[in-house]
Design a binder for this molecule. Structure first.
Ligand SMILES: Nc1ncnc2c1ncn2[C@@H]1O[C@H](COP(=O)(O)OP(=O)(O)OP(=O)(O)O)[C@@H](O)[C@H]1O
Ligand SMILES: [Mg+2]
Length: 213
């Protein structure tokens, strides 16, 4: 039994914001951050993106399981009993019970946001669920273009609209390498050279998330 199991839910109603990409990368980076770190990655999305990734992967860790909202509590209890250090939960994009259940179970909710008005507006529902459940969260800017003011502008709007939710300093750029890693059943830290920008972004993001737990 590991009573220190930390649960990270990655959630936003907005489709394509980067939930599955971030879930996988946080899970793998958590696993690599320290020796013998045990991580369970729960796929709560019937689309099964994370489970599809796991099928391409010929490695045992992290443990990837497809779960349903109704049995999330049982999976979390099992993960604790098995001594997991982290559980990362990927969620579906639509509103409905699943996001609520995942947020309520989380020690921290990671909310990916692509620069622009659509993802900012779609975050309102997730922020409201976090507020009602009393769970802390952090916005993570995702798929940010290499040049242009959009990242900074989006951060400013988020802070104004949702002052209670911090915006992570770590941002993920729009990078083909993330996708290339995922289609080979890997995460970027297992795929790209350690000095790459994408690897640096994921390491910085996990460090920040860990610091918020
Ligand atoms: N930082 C990034 N750079 C480049 N492409 C990215 C990045 N993050 C995600 N993508 C791509 O954008 C698409 C959507 O990403 P992803 O599947 O992670 O989002 P999602 O929020 O899980 O989507 P859904 O709501 O459908 O579950 C995918 O094709 C993915 O490869
Ligand atoms: Mg997804």
């Amino acid at each position: 039994m590991n009573r220190n199991t930390k649960v990270i839910a990655v959630a936003t109603q907005k489709g394509g914001a980067g939930k599955s990409t971030i879930s996988i990368h946080l899970a793998v980076q958590a696993m690599q951050s320290r020796k013998n770190t045990q991580v369970v990655l729960l796929d709560l999305d019937p689309q099964g993106s994370v489970s599809d990734w796991a099928k391409l992967r010929d490695l045992e860790d992290p443990i990837v399981l497809q779960a349903m909202p109704g049995n999330l509590t049982a999976y979390l209890r099992q993960a604790e009993e098995d001594g997991a250090d982290y559980v990362v939960i990927d969620t579906p994009p639509h509103a409905g019970g699943t996001i609520d259940v995942a947020v309520r179970a989380a020690d921290l909710v990671v909310v990916p946001i692509r620069p622009g008005p659509f993802d900012i507006n779609a975050a309102a529902g997730t922020v409201e669920i976090m507020r009602q459940a009393g769970r802390p969260g952090v916005f993570v800017l995702s798929q940010v273009a290499a040049v242009g003011p959009e990242g900074d502008d989006t951060e400013a709007v988020l802070q104004e609209l949702y002052p209670e939710v911090p915006v992570a300093k770590a941002r993920l750029g729009q990078r083909k390498a993330f996708m290339q890693a995922l289609i080979s059943g890997r995460a970027i830290t297992e795929f790209d050279k350690p000095s790459s920008k994408a690897v640096g972004e994921i390491k910085a993001l996990f460090r920040e998330v860990k610091g918020s737990l």
